[in-house]
Design a protein. Structure first.
Length: 119
C-alpha cells in the first residue's frame, strides 16, 4: 500500500495524539503522510469546562483556531477572544503565549506551523 495518502474520520482518530491529526509527532511507520514537519492539524473535542490552565511559554509557531461548534475562549498574552459563532477564528504568531477554556461543549480545528520538535 502506498504511504502517501490517508483517509479516515477525525472523531475516530482524535484521541490517538490528543486530537492532533498531522504533525512531526505522528508515527510515520503507521500513519505515513500524516507525519510531517510542515504543520500540525488538530480536531479538538472539548467538553464544557475543560481548560488549559497553564500558559504556553515562548511558542515559536503560528497558530489558527477555528470554531466548528460550541463556545470556546482563548486567552492570549495580548487579549482574550471568544469564539461563539461557527466559523469564528483567532490567529496568533510566534511569541504570544496562550491558554484556553471550553465554555460549552466545543469542537475546534487548530492548525499550527511549522511542526517543531519539543513543543
Amino acid at each position: 500500500m502506498a504511504n502517501n495518502w490517508s483517509s479516515g474520520n477525525a472523531n475516530d482518530v482524535a484521541n490517538q495524539y490528543r486530537g492532533w491529526l498531522l504533525g512531526h509527532f505522528v508515527d510515520s511507520e503507521i500513519h505515513g503522510i500524516r507525519s510531517t514537519g510542515d504543520l500540525e492539524v488538530k480536531w479538538g473535542i472539548h467538553p464544557e469546562g475543560q481548560c488549559r490552565s497553564e500558559w504556553t511559554s515562548d511558542d515559536q509557531r503560528t497558530t489558527i483556531t477555528i470554531l466548528v461548534s460550541g463556545r470556546f475562549r482563548l486567552d492570549l498574552a495580548v487579549g482574550t477572544t471568544l469564539l461563539a459563532r461557527q466559523g469564528d477564528y483567532v490567529i496568533w504568531g510566534p511569541g504570544i503565549d496562550h491558554s484556553w477554556q471550553a465554555e460549552t461543549d466545543s469542537v475546534i480545528i487548530t492548525v499550527r506551523w511549522p511542526s517543531i520538535f519539543g513543543y
